[in-house]
Write a protein that binds this ligand. Structure first.
Ligand SMILES: Nc1ncnc2c1ncn2[C@@H]1O[C@H](COP(=O)(O)OP(=O)(O)O)[C@@H](O)[C@H]1O
Ligand SMILES: [Mg+2]
Length: 327
């Protein structure tokens, strides 16, 4: 767990970057720091691994104030991935990922195994990429290596500062999806920075919305969208509210309204399935792609019921109505 307790950061020039921040990131949780440029996201993140020192207040990790922890030990437990990942250009991909394991003096074969494992889960064939240099990779591939490097020593905490920010929208979405998939298996405690509300909604268990160094709202994506805490939050969501509603409402949340009855029949068994946690937008997308009238919904391996495209469209129309009324 990471706890911020009345944390302030005032830079020498007088800029109040972070003001009286108190919040917690629970074990295994992903909290997204969201806000416009200059709202204090990076400062908040860098105080956690002590790249920046707070002016006042305490940051506590696993019950101990970080200022009382050994700096090297602290940083070894915290993976760090940033936008311009700064892979070492003169080192191969394998050497780049091995930096922390080497510092920790892992045996050679354990490190080599870990490199291959990370490359594989990052969608990069180890045979092909191990010995390449960063300049021989695309932006998306480099960013994957950056994330792999942050995870190399399997740290319990991960800090990510706009890790997909420099990518084109398609590659970006692909990396977000891959990371969500990966994250569901490795279950880290993650603090993730972005200025993009769609990315925040997609990646976060909870979102901490900052404005001028002050926390405006800390809640689940659905709560943020449905119940903005103040005018700032409301205007931050702005005209995206309808689209965000469709993103934060999941198939699972609308299942009770649909009361599916018929079990999945043998003949209708399709390859395509909806996940209970799919958003309404993802669901609509899958109906479009598969051209099916009905799709099965699964939560993990458990079959929850079928859902009809007609039903989905009806719910979406209702959401559209609600959003229209409140704004
Ligand atoms: N090293 C620094 N010295 C002085 N002011 C800084 C420094 N770094 C950031 N700031 C100021 O602190 C505020 C927050 O910056 P930052 O945390 O980088 O915001 P964000 O990551 O949300 O864009 C901004 O007003 C910025 O100009
Ligand atoms: Mg920043």
């Amino acid at each position: 767990m990471i706890q911020f307790d009345r944390v302030w950061k005032t830079y020498p020039g007088g800029a109040e970057a972070v003001c009286d921040l108190s919040m917690e990131v629970a074990e295994g949780e992903t909290v997204v720091l969201l806000g416009t440029s200059g709202s204090g996201k990076t400062t908040t993140l860098k105080m956690v691994n002590r790249l920046i020192e707070p002016t006042r207040g305490r940051i506590v990790i696993n019950g101990t104030d970080i200022m009382e922890q050994d700096l090297i030990q602290l940083r070894r437990g915290i993976g760090y991935a940033i936008q311009y990942i700064g892979l070492f250009p003169h080192m191969t991909i394998s050497e780049n990922i091995s930096v922390v394991p080497n510092l920790l003096k892992w045996p050679r074969d354990r490190t080599a195994e870990r490199v291959d494992e990370l490359l594989t889960i990052s969608g990069l064939d180890p045979e092909e990429f191990r010995e390449r240099y960063p300049a021989q990779l695309s932006g998306g591939q480099r960013q994957r290596v950056g994330v792999a490097r942050a995870l190399a020593s399997d740290p319990p905490f991960v800090l990510m500062d706009e890790p997909f920010g420099a990518l084109d929208p398609i590659t970006r979405e692909q990396l977000q999806d891959e990371f969500i998939e990966l994250e569901s298996e490795i279950k880290k405690t993650i603090l993730f920075v972005t200025h993009d509300v769609f990315e925040a909604v997609k990646m976060g268990d909870r979102i901490a919305l900052l404005d001028a160094g002050r926390l405006q709202q800390l809640s689940t994506p659905a709560e943020l969208v449905e119940n903005p805490a103040n005018e700032f939050v409301d205007s931050f969501l702005g005209q995206h509210r309808f689209q965000l509603s469709l993103l934060t409402k999941t198939i699972k949340t609308i299942m009770p309204e649909l009361r599916p009855t018929s079990p999945e029949s043998g003949s209708a068994k399709s390859e395509a399935r909806l996940r209970a946690r799919s958003s309404l937008i993802e669901a609509l997308d899958l109906f479009k792609k598969t051209k099916q009238a009905t799709l099965p919904v699964y939560e993990g391996k458990r079959f929850l019921g079928p859902i009809e495209k007609k039903q989905l469209l009806k719910v979406i129309t209702e959401v559209l109505g609600e959003t229209g009324e409140t704004s």
